[in-house]
Design a protein. Structure first.
Length: 430
């Protein structure tokens, strides 16, 4: 099939695919496979840079100066060693100057006093990672392939003021992306921009939530009516289980948007849940491919549902906590009680993975977080008897049968289970 006239491809490269000089050279080799195509490249921070910036952020807030300096210097050295390998003398000095300016801003953060919320300061600080990676990658592409341009995602993706998990202003973002990208792609075949980051109406940096770079790719593709989105991963495609838990995983060659959304909802980690909806709305296919073997077929996610039932999928969530609560007056759990429970859980910022109720009790499962557990107990204990179990796991089997269910539950104690026509879920203990 020939590509559409003037069609645009959107590529997203995650941290693992740009974690080293060797990895960046591999990105160049991938782009060479798509010569003469217009491409928007969305890139995450390099390697574990986001985690390191989070550690720096906490060190600054807690005024741990020596820790801040040592970690900042280590992060700086990592990026400098990268560009020493990638660029010759003149090019090295040019990109080093840009990196030095960013690290000047990182250093200034420690001294700078601010009345802004922690979340707002977090977004402004954590976005340095994508700024660094996108500048280095664009400079590398321009050196090797020419015809590339760096573009600031914050000037194109606009959001509300919900820092750390901003909501996209779609109308404004679509207009800005079209205005900027279509003109830029006419002048330069490849645009390099940042995943995860955005800005509000005042131009203040916001972020789309952790793992939001996939979502950024979906936003750009939707706005530009792209031909497709490709997410380049360190796996051969979307697998039916996490290889950390299963030896004999199978690649899902093709699944529907609906199936991928279901798997994301239950906790599959390959695709960010918000990524799929803007693509589904315009029937833009999503490919998940290996950056190590770019010519091999990966996973195709599109409107076709015919293959969804072919292979069972297994999703494991470890370190779970199961709460069981009962009204202290032994009243039935009617709608009013449930409304009260959900209000209290909302105030505790509890994110429920599974729930179930009977006449006298309500059970729900959450990820273990010591502060959240304490907050949940504080909210519920005045009106309810609260019991909970820790160190549990939640297993979801999509397109299950008796054999698969027996396999995942073997040797485990089933504390709670739910089944629909296509999905079985088990809360398991030892």
């Amino acid at each position: 099939m020939k590509p559409k006239s003037n069609s645009i491809l959107v590529f997203k490269f995650g941290g693992a695919s740009v974690k080293s000089a060797k990895a960046l050279n591999n990105v160049i080799n991938i782009l060479k496979l798509y010569s003469n195509r217009k491409i928007v490249v969305v890139v995450s921070a390099m390697g574990k840079t986001t985690n390191k910036l989070e550690s720096l952020f906490e060190a600054a807030l807690n005024e741990k100066h020596d820790l801040f300096i040592s970690q900042k210097d280590a992060l700086y050295d990592f990026h400098i060693e990268m560009i020493k390998t990638l660029f010759s003398n003149q090019a090295y000095e040019t990109i080093k100057h840009e990196i030095d300016l960013i690290f000047d801003d990182i250093s200034a953060f420690y001294q700078k006093k601010s009345d802004h919320s922690k979340s707002q300061r977090y977004d402004a600080f954590i976005s340095f990672g994508e700024h660094l990676s996108s500048l280095i990658l664009q400079f590398k592409i321009d050196q090797d392939l020419k015809e590339s341009q760096w573009s600031d995602a914050r000037k194109m993706i606009k959001t509300d003021d919900q820092f750390q998990k901003a909501n996209v202003d779609w109308q404004t973002s679509i207009e800005l992306i079209k205005t900027h990208c279509l003109e830029a792609l006419d002048a330069n075949r490849i645009i390099v921009t940042q995943g995860f980051v955005s800005s509000n109406a005042l131009g203040e940096t916001t972020t789309l939530g952790r793992e939001g770079s996939d979502y950024s790719a979906g936003i750009f593709a939707h706005a530009l009516d792209a031909e497709s989105v490709t997410i380049w991963k360190d796996v051969p495609g979307m697998l039916n289980a996490d290889p950390k838990f299963f030896e004999d995983t199978q690649k899902l060659d093709r699944i529907s948007f609906r199936e991928a959304i279901e798997l994301s909802y239950y906790g599959a980690s390959v695709i960010h849940p918000k990524t799929l909806k803007p693509l589904q709305n315009k029937k833009i296919p999503l490919y998940v491919k290996s950056f190590m073997h770019p010519t091999e077929e990966g996973t195709t996610i599109d409107v076709d549902t015919s293959n969804d039932h072919m292979i069972p999928s297994f999703i494991f969530k470890k370190n779970q906590v199961l709460f069981s609560i009962t009204p202290k007056d032994f009243s039935f759990l009617i709608e009013a009680n449930l409304g009260d429970i959900f209000l209290k859980l909302s105030e505790a910022e509890a994110e429920i993975n599974i729930m179930q109720n009977s006449a006298l009790s309500f059970s729900f499962l959450v990820d273990y977080n010591a502060n959240k557990i304490e907050s949940i107990i504080k909210q519920l204990s005045p009106s309810y008897e609260v019991k909970y179990n820790t160190d549990l796991e939640l297993v979801t089997v999509r397109h299950y049968d008796k054999k698969t269910n027996n396999f995942v539950c073997k040797g485990k104690k089933i504390l709670l289970q739910q089944r629909t026509r296509k999905t079985a879920r088990f809360v398991l203990g030892r």
